[in-house]
Design a protein around this ligand. Structure first.
Ligand SMILES: [Zn+2]
Length: 110
């Protein structure tokens, strides 16, 4: 896997495919199917993923995975989207994580 260091300290790794698509943060590492050029120039996305990374560090890997999973499950059950009512995605920023448009439609917020 090809990895590079982003200017905010996040390690960005490129993978051909990820289950679920898009990108996922594991600890300090953001794994994405997007190109480095696109990710490295997207300050919103980098700060969103950095926030996940900080939460991961604060909670610990097992606790974070459990809490994130529960939050994603709860959000899916109510809104049909794992992100829109997910505490961790809201905390990291729905706008920065590119969820705001789809979540506004999902939650029918003008
Ligand atoms: Zn996110």
């Amino acid at each position: 896997m090809m990895c590079r260091l982003a200017k905010n300290g996040l390690i960005v790794c490129q993978s051909q495919s990820i289950p679920g698509g898009g990108g996922t943060t594991f600890g300090d590492v953001f794994v994405t199917t997007e190109s480095f050029v696109r990710v490295m120039s997207d300050n919103d996305l980098l700060s969103h993923e950095m926030r996940h990374s900080e939460r991961w560090a604060g909670w610990g890997p097992v606790e974070f995975a459990g809490a994130y999973g529960l939050s994603a499950w709860w959000s899916s059950a109510i809104s049909g989207s794992y992100a829109c009512l997910n505490y961790f995605e809201i905390d990291a920023g729905l706008h920065e994580g590119k969820y705001d448009y789809s979540c506004a439609k999902t939650l029918e917020i003008g």
